[in-house]
Structure formats: C-alpha cells, structure tokens
Design a binder for this molecule. Structure first.
Ligand SMILES: NC(=O)c1ccc[n+]([C@@H]2O[C@H](COP(=O)([O-])OP(=O)(O)OC[C@H]3O[C@@H](n4cnc5c(N)ncnc54)[C@H](OP(=O)(O)O)[C@@H]3O)[C@@H](O)[C@H]2O)c1
Length: 226
C-alpha cells in the first residue's frame, strides 16, 4: 500500500491555515504549507516544527507545488485571491483529489465590513470552487466556523465543524480529518449548497467576537451520538 499523501494547506502562512496545519501536524499527519512565496511557506513550516517537535512531518512550498504533492488540498486564503488561485491550481490537480474550502467571502475583501458576506452568483465561495474546478475534483466546505485564535491556542477546541459536500466519500474523509482536532465534533452538514449558510455564520461569529470580546464557535444540539 502506498504511504498516505500529504495535506496541502494553501494560504497556510495566515492564521487560519497555520492553525489547521499545526493541529494536523500535532495529530501525526503529513502537511505541506502552501504560499505564494516558498520562503514564507518554509518559515511557517519551521515554526510548526518548533512547536510540535523534530518528528513533525511538515514542510513548505509554493502553492502550486504544494498542490501537486497532495490529494487533499485545503484552501485558507482571503476571498479576493480565491478565483485566481483556483485557476492557477487547475493544471496541478489530479482527478480524484479533494479540495476542502474554508474561504469566507467577507465584504472586507472589497473594502466592506468583516461582519458581512458578499452575495455570490454561485451561492457561496465553496460553490464557486466547484464551478471553477473540473468535475473529477471533489469539493468540500468546512472549517469556516473555527476561529484561528482557537486553532493556534493549546488544548481542545469547544466547537463543531459542519462539513458539506456533494461527494459522500469526500465528506466522510473531511469529517475524519476535522475530528483529529481535539474537542472538535465533525457533523455531516449535507449538500455543498449549505456552504452558503456556513459562510454567513462566520460573519455572525466575527460580529459576536467584536461585541463580546470573545473567540466564539458553534455547537449543534439534539443530534444523535452517531
Ligand atoms: N482567521 C480566522 O479566524 C478564520 C476563520 C474561519 C475562516 N477563515 C477564512 O479562512 C481564510 C484565511 O483566513 P486568514 O485569516 O488566515 O487570512 P489571511 O491571513 O488574510 O490570508 C491567509 C494567507 O493567504 C495568502 N494570501 C493573501 N492574499 C492572497 C491573494 N490575493 N491570493 C492568494 N493568496 C493570498 C497569504 O499567504 P502568502 O502571502 O504566504 O501567499 C496569507 O498569509 C479566509 O477566507 C477567511 O475568511 C478565517
């Protein structure tokens, strides 16, 4: 059996991607930080290695090179760079790859407020990803509602991660990945079209964080344990 391929976290030099990369490296996964600048990616990888220890399986590369090394690609970039990066990545993606999109189309991307989202023709940033990539690539929406401050702190995270995709296998794989973050419960959130709601919840959480000087997350009640 081939060894498991790494997880590429594109935009992993920023707080959200760095936090996810940190958590998965701590869980023993092989992670590549992606950046527009390979040096920045390597520096971020070095910081994670310092935190996790010398056995940490973490490296850094330019975004397209990171993507070419992985079957699991996580997008953690601001919405203003979303479409351009996807077009750039297209030739490097292999059929059967999974793209997990955590991007939130905050109005801040066009000079507006971080407490509002932009209206997108496709419905959500994740649906835009599905539209821009070939059909053979599975797109998953997840991690929009987990704040970077929580990911980058030590200890478990008191938060649910709702995972949405039109590909049931990719959805389950992403749930398993989310569940590697201590404290996180990963919930099947149904079709990719529900990403538009996940993305809007982020704007609400940002608003609550400002109002209450807090680091909020969400928990869904009433679900069966399974
Ligand atoms: N921060 C949070 O708490 C949080 C929570 C949930 C979801 N999110 C979402 O996750 C994404 C990343 O959040 P973040 O706070 O980590 O963002 P960020 O710091 O603004 O950006 C992350 C990284 O993206 C790269 N980048 C910046 N502009 C780019 C562009 N135009 N094209 C391509 N790459 C670009 C930069 O890396 P290089 O310069 O190294 O290429 C940057 O370090 C956003 O869509 C955000 O809405 C964030």
């Amino acid at each position: 059996m081939n060894p498991p391929r790494p997880i590429a976290v594109l935009g992993g030099t920023g707080p959200e991607g760095f936090g996810l990369a940190l958590r998965w490296t701590q869980a023993g996964e092989t992670v590549i930080i992606g950046s527009r600048d390979p040096k920045r990616a390597q520096d971020a990888a070095g910081k994670i290695k310092q935190r996790v220890g010398t056995n940490a399986k973490i490296s850094g590369s330019e975004n397209t090179a990171a993507c070419a090394e992985a079957d699991l690609i996580v997008l953690t970039i601001p919405f203003e760079g979303h479409a351009a990066l996807l077009k750039q990545l297209k030739p490097a993606l292999r059929p059967g790859s999974i793209v997990i999109d955590a991007t939130v189309p905050l109005a801040a991307s066009v000079g507006g407020r971080a407490t509002r989202t932009l209206g997108l023709w496709q419905g959500s940033a994740a649906q835009e990803t599905a539209e821009l990539l070939p059909r053979e690539i599975s797109v998953v929406a997840a991690f929009q509602n987990v704040g970077a401050e929580l990911l980058n702190a030590d200890g478990p995270i008191d938060c649910d991660v709702i995972v949405c995709s039109d590909d049931p296998a990719a959805l389950q794989l992403t749930r398993a990945l989310a569940a590697k973050i201590p404290g996180v419960r990963a919930i099947d959130g149904g079709k990719l079209e529900n990403a538009r709601i996940l993305e809007q919840i982020t704007a609400l959480l940002i608003s609550l964080n400002i109002r209450h000087k807090a680091h909020t997350g969400i928990r869904i009640t009433g679900l069966p344990n399974a």
